[in-house]
Design a protein around this ligand. Sequence first.
Ligand SMILES: [Zn+2]
Length: 415
Amino acid sequence: MLAMNNILSKWIPVSETSRSLSLVYSGLYLGLVTGLTFSPFLISIWFAPWQCKGILSPTIQIPMEHSSEEEYELSDSEIDEYKDTIYAQLRAGKLKVRYGERTFRCPFCLGKKKQDYNGKDLLQHASGIGAAPKRKAEVRAAHLALAEFVKNDLASSLEPSLQLAIVECKPPKKEEEKFVWPWMGILVNVPTDLKCAISVRESEDRLRSQLSRFRPCQVIVKLDSSGQIDHSIIKFSEDWTGLEDALAFEKHFVVEKYSKTDWNKINCRKDDLYGWLARSVDYNSPGTIGEHLRNIGILQSISDRERKGTDRRVAHFIRQIEETSEHLKGLELKNYKNSMQLDTMMKDNDRLVDEHNEKIRKMQEDVRKNYWKIRSDNERLQQELETRREEIRQKHEKFEELARKSNIDKAKIKE
Ligand SMILES: [Zn+2]
């Protein structure tokens, strides 16, 4: 049964699968009826049809079922080929997709719960399954073909939203505005009342105090060939607060109507300072301002700056990590040395304890030996004493004997 399902899934187009399955299953019963009807007749004229079937069926079935377990996957080139075939079938109308004015069904997912789609959903379904890596290659290929069919052949007759969804138009990316960095402001129409170089510094100081609320870091006054002030550059701090100050500086001139646009008007008033933030236009301009800016700054967009800031922070963190790991290595070395020292000390301690134990053991042995020696000496002396005492007693007895004898002899003599 498995083998048969596998063969059908491989050989029969998806749209014909259900029909072929019903044909095959009805064939099963047809076979049963025919077989049972004719088997008595076969048994009567021939040897054993059932034994024959018993021997034959495993030899046919096992290899086929075995092959069904091996998943056959289409290769990349085959996927394209298969997709093209399905696409051609869809275009030729062999696979039915449209089931109404705006109702469609996926011809490869018939029998699934959700069947009716509008055009947009069908496209979503087809491209979703077409891109799903877990699906079988042929299922993906079929759905990719369907997505192509919806896009190329159905879109023209569908709702405008689908056409909008298909036409993927991305707005052209606007190039990011670039500023001169360190952030700088440009001042023009600076009044000239200069006689010598010392006055240049005075003029710079005056401008600086005049613009003090924008916290300028430096004011540079540039003279032209005739000794008149050509323009002045205001440098702000290099960080983000510098940009804030620079923008505030520009805004001030815009509000006062002394901005760059106002300066560029043909009949602008020449009664006061005009100022703006230095941008790429100024940087690349051919005049003295452009030259000056190119000498002292570079062009950068905000995101460049942010990236550099991030890079700097990353570098800082990397440095910190390196320092920490260096420190850690030092600590590890120290720890290693300490543990070595501890090890030596422990060994020394063990040795000392062993030596001490050995000494104690020897002392105990000596004491024991001495004890036994003293005891044996004592016993020997006791014995000796005992022997002497016996000797003395015997001598004493002898002496008494002699005394008695002599007394007797004395008495005899007297008599
Ligand atoms: Zn489908």
